[in-house]
Design a protein around this ligand. Structure first.
Ligand code: SF4
Length: 98
């Protein structure tokens, strides 16, 4: 995860800084008109040079709202869930192998 000190350098290169309507990154809902905003935000993220770091930061710091690193709230929850399950699986293996 990017350290807090380096966040400002990431932000300097963020593609979302140049959009006319930054509200698209925080749609009111994840359905209806919000779907169009999410798609537009993801399109911006797809050409952002710090997308991976942004996504990692959002998952690690459990950002609840908005599109970060090209991932919606639901997608980040799914990523975090997979990571927790993978970690639990590795811990289970370690406990039962040794
Ligand atoms: S990945 Fe998306 S939300 Fe993150 S800094 Fe880039 S444009 Fe902004």
């Amino acid at each position: 995860m990017a350290g807090i000190a380096s966040l400002s350098s990431l932000w300097d290169r963020a593609a979302c800084r140049a959009v006319d309507d930054p509200e698209i990154f925080f749609p009111v809902s994840s359905a209806g008109a919000g779907l169009s905003e999410i798609a537009r935000a993801k399109a911006v993220c797809s050409r952002c040079s710090v997308r991976e770091q942004c996504l990692e930061y959002a998952v690690e710091t459990r950002q609840v709202h908005g599109v970060w690193g090209g991932a919606s709230e639901n997608e980040r929850r799914a990523i975090a869930g997979r990571r927790r399950r993978d970690l639990a699986g590795r811990e289970h293996e370690l406990l039962h192998v040794s």
